[in-house]
Ligand binder design. Structure first.
Ligand code: NAI
Ligand code: COI
Ligand code: MG
Length: 350
């Protein structure tokens, strides 16, 4: 069982170190090997997804990623930016299904951006398509046209891309509360008219799942009005990126939201849903729990180790019940800890 570790940039190395300690403590005989992705890779090789990383990531059963990016690289030509490395590895490994569970731990009810009574018991799964949409569409660029700069991107989906992510979402809903909300912008965008049409065509294969549709602007509003109406949400790459950051705050912090990015065979890349948080990097204060909870998803989805996954999730519950909080989820009456202390506490709870 081989895991490729990609610490990345900013807080990436700090949070990944704690997640690796958790993996080691499980005593499951994982073979782990580290490689470069993102800005760290650009600095060393001028390539955000170097060949050595590609080789290791392809060989491994799973990949654990911290985060990539930061202001240091924002002025580089686009092909050399850290984010291209992330998009590159997702596409290269065929990781089209991004699962982002937004679960409120009861201890964090007061840390949520919403009133405790609105979020109590919240458990939503956002299924985001990850290798298509406007993030990958060609043509793209900034050119001078008619004497002024012209920026353009292309949004597109094939019906097979929509069908395969739709199936992942229907299957997930089937294992949960059997409600699936497909989020699109079919009133304006043809790409998402096709998205809606394909979801409707799939529905008869899943008669036990109740399918509904919502326009993305309304979905953004409903998530903060009455989030518990949702069970599983399925949407495209860009809408899912935005809605999952929004949903994270219902759980108290983006530092709590893990993710799994899976191919058709459950090979996966596991990473927190947040970015490299340059504003707090190097201070030892980032919340490592989203990354540690991503390890639990790795154990569950790629390695089929349900008991180990539950052990990790229960350890996280235990440290929250002990009142330990990094700054992003801190509230009066709890104990503020740093990244490493939080990792220590999870290890002790394991
Ligand atoms: N998967 C990835 O590698 C992603 C990379 N990025 C990149 O990260 C860089 C920064 O992006 P931002 O827009 O600032 O988003 P961000 O998610 O890195 O940070 C947004 C805010 O959340 C806070 N935050 C994030 N993670 C946290 C954690 N674990 N503990 C405590 N606080 C946390 C940050 O301090 C910041 O105030 C950019 O270069 C962006 O492209 C952004 C999102 C995902
Ligand atoms: C480079 C971005 C697409 C990363 C991001 O924001 C995400 O995957 O959530
Ligand atoms: Mg994002």
């Amino acid at each position: 069982m081989k895991i490729c570790i990609l610490p990345g940039d900013g807080i990436g190395p700090e949070i990944t170190a704690e997640a690796v300690r958790v993996l080691e403590a499980l005593d499951l005989k994982f073979e782990m090997e580290e490689a470069l992705l993102g800005g760290a890779a650009v600095d060393a090789t001028a390539d955000p997804y170097p060949e050595a990383t590609r080789k290791l990531a392809r060989e491994a059963d799973a990949v654990l990623l911290g985060a990539v990016g930061g202001p240091k690289w924002d002025t580089l030509p686009r092909e050399q930016r850290p984010e291209r490395g992330l998009l590159g590895i997702r596409k290269d490994l065929g990781l089209f299904a991004n699962l982002r569970p937004a679960v409120l731990y009861p201890e964090l009810a007061n840390a949520s951006s919403l009133k405790p009574e609105v979020v109590a018991g919240l458990d939503i799964l956002i299924v985001r398509e990850l290798t298509g949409d406007i993030y990958f569409g060609q043509p793209r660029g900034i050119e001078v046209r008619d004497g002024e700069r012209f920026g353009f991107n292309t949004m597109h989906y094939t019906e097979s891309e929509i069908r395969r992510i739709g199936r992942v979402a229907f299957e997930a809903a089937r294992k949960r509360n059997k409600r699936l909300c497909s989020v699109d912008k079919m009133n304006v965008l043809e790409t998402t008219q096709l998205w809606r049409d394909v979801m409707i065509e799939l529905a008869p294969e899943y008669p036990d799942v109740e399918l509904s549709h919502m326009l993305v602007d309304n979905a953004a509003m409903q998530l903060v009005r009455a989030p518990k109406q949702f069970d599983v949400m399925v949407t495209g790459n860009m809408f899912g990126d935005i809605l999952s950051d929004e949903a994270s705050m219902l759980t108290g912090s983006i530092g709590m939201l893990p993710s799994a990015s899976l191919d058709a065979n459950n090979k996966g890349l596991y990473e927190p849903s947040h970015g490299s948080a340059p504003d707090i990097a190097g201070q030892g204060i980032a919340n490592p729990l989203a990354t540690i909870l991503s390890v639990a998803m790795m154990l569950r989805y790629t390695f089929g180790q349900e008991n180990a996954a539950l052990r990790v999730e229960n350890a996280v519950k235990k440290v929250l019940a002990q009142g330990l909080r990094t700054g992003d989820i801190f509230e009066p009456g709890t104990t503020k800890v740093g990244t490493k202390q939080m990792g220590d506490a999870v290890l002790a709870a394991l």
